[in-house]
Ligand binder design. Structure first.
Ligand code: ADP
Ligand code: MN
Ligand code: MN
Ligand code: MN
Ligand code: MN
Length: 361
């Protein structure tokens, strides 16, 4: 913010943002790229009396050869609108449009994990699957150094930073606050936020969301975070182990329940699901994020990447049953394995597949 290489004129921008739009709106089409990032571009649509739903929005396309999503000689990737949100940056009537990427022959693009996830959610919808994801992330300066860390060296050891209050304990709270408000405005089901164990690391939670909505809302929340941080001149890192050594990594704890688990006697359904997860540990780890082996060491509140474990209130296990749920005998469980950079469609998809079976073509 005080970095002279980063100058924005947000105040000057305000008077332009207030100008009438002549019956038009701006739709920001957002998609997931080949590196787990988000990309977006804008187009003009007619303003309508009623809010746009995905089926009313035009398909679009982009140059996939510029994003590593298609070869140069057949570069068009189609954007299929799948969810719409109010745009907190431009305000009403402007919208954010989450889109799935399709190849020119209509098949899902290699990095489109939503397609498969949506099929699994639909096939097993009667279980009313709820998810709540805890997105951890680290704020970096433009030189890729965690914000507020000394130029040469390290901050004092972990301890005062988790849920910290006060100068020297937390940094960039403005970004966290702005992002929270953006999520609420956009209708993203953000459920809370807290400063994390490593300085410059934060978490927010999204959920409970049912079915495919989990991935949709988490991806839009990530877009909003990158976009807010851009205005403050900060970078968002979803690296699962941004700083080696005695510094906590970053995860995407995934809380899960079904209708049966949430009812009286639900614990037997929770235990049955955990047994199934145990049998497919390696398959889950394979889609739970890149570089996760640096984080899942069995230290720093993680279970080891090689062994599956579970326990009540155990933050060193793969799966934690919250104390309150164990006491009540029903509720949900927490899969602590996913890394901060994992794709929520892949996480929620494989949990459904493991618990209820694959879907045939
Ligand atoms: P932790 O104690 O692990 O830090 P958090 O409070 O950060 O837990 O996150 C808990 C998450 O669990 C929230 O996203 C919340 O929406 C979600 N959650 C709560 N109840 C359920 C449920 N029945 N099914 C699925 N997710 C749930
Ligand atoms: Mn062009
Ligand atoms: Mn949490
Ligand atoms: Mn956390
Ligand atoms: Mn957690």
């Amino acid at each position: 913010m005080s970095d002279p290489s980063h100058i924005t004129y947000t105040e000057n921008l305000q008077k332009f943002l207030r100008l009438p739009q002549g019956g038009k709106l701006i739709a920001e089409y957002i998609w997931i790229d080949s590196e787990g990032g988000v990309r977006s571009k804008s187009r003009t649509l007619d303003e309508k009396e009623t809010p746009y739903v995905p089926a009313e929005l035009p398909m679009w396309n982009f140059d996939g050869s510029s994003t590593g999503q298609a070869p140069g000689e057949n570069s068009d990737v189609y954007l299929q609108p799948v969810a719409v949100f109010p745009d907190p940056f431009r305000g009403a009537p402007n919208i954010l449009v989450l889109a799935e990427c399709l190849n020119s022959d209509g098949t899902p693009n290699k990095y489109n994990h939503r397609h498969e996830c949506a099929k699994l959610m639909e096939a097993h919808a009667e279980h009313k699957p709820w998810f709540g994801l805890e997105q951890e992330y680290t704020l970096l300066d433009l030189n890729d150094r965690p914000y507020g860390w000394p130029k040469n060296g390290y901050p004092a050891p972990q301890g005062p930073y988790y849920c910290g209050v006060g100068a020297g304990k937390v940094v960039m709270r403005d970004i966290v606050e702005a992002h929270y408000k953006c999520c609420l405005y956009a209708g993203v089901k953000i459920s809370g936020t807290n400063a994390e164990v490593m300085p410059a690391q934060w978490e927010y939670q999204v959920g409970p969301c049912e079915g495919i909505e989990m991935g949709d809302h988490l991806w839009i929340s990530r877009f909003l975070l990158h976009r807010v941080a851009e205005e403050f001149g900060a970078k968002v890192s979803f690296d699962p182990k941004p700083i080696p050594g005695d510094w906590n990594g970053a995860g995407l704890h995934s809380n899960f329940s079904t209708k049966e688990m949430r009812e009286e006697g639900g614990m037997k359904h929770i235990e049955a699901a955990i047994k199934k997860l145990e049998g497919r540990h390696a398959e889950h780890i394979a889609v739970y994020g890149e570089g996760n082996e640096k984080r899942l060491t069995g230290r720093h509140e993680t279970g080891s990447i090689d062994t599956f474990s579970y326990g009540v209130a155990n933050r060193g296990a793969s799966i934690r049953i919250p104390r309150e749920c164990a006491a009540k005998g029903y509720g949900y469980f927490e899969d602590r394995r996913p890394a901060s950079n994992a794709d929520p469609y892949q996480i929620t998809g494989i949990i459904m597949e493991t618990c209820f079976g694959a879907v045939s073509e």
